[in-house]
Write a protein that binds this ligand. Structure first.
Ligand code: ZN
Length: 90
């Protein structure tokens, strides 16, 4: 059974402070996250191995964005998101 079957997927946005490497401006940016919420119970066709994996599974979220556009009107450059954890457990 695919591990994805253990989760319900949804999307959320969370603000993070990022510093543009070009103009050094620091602003909050809304980053998109994919939220994987663990389902309450396994589907009926799960076997012993699935149950073991399921018991260790936990809800988490993964950062979807990898770049943002600088909010500084005079800069407007795209830069890589760094310094933000790309996975987080809920
Ligand atoms: Zn900038």
């Amino acid at each position: 059974m695919d591990e994805r079957a253990f989760y319900k997927e949804s999307e959320t946005k969370k603000a993070a402070n990022l510093t543009c490497p070009f103009c050094r401006g620091s602003e909050p940016y809304d980053l998109r996250w994919l939220v994987r919420t663990k389902i309450d119970r396994l589907p009926g066709n799960a076997d012993e191995r699935d149950r073991a994996k399921f018991s260790k599974a936990a809800s988490y979220m993964v950062l979807l964005d990898d770049k943002v556009m600088c909010k500084n009107m005079r800069c407007r450059k795209r830069f890589d998101i760094s310094g933000v954890k790309t996975t987080a457990f809920l």
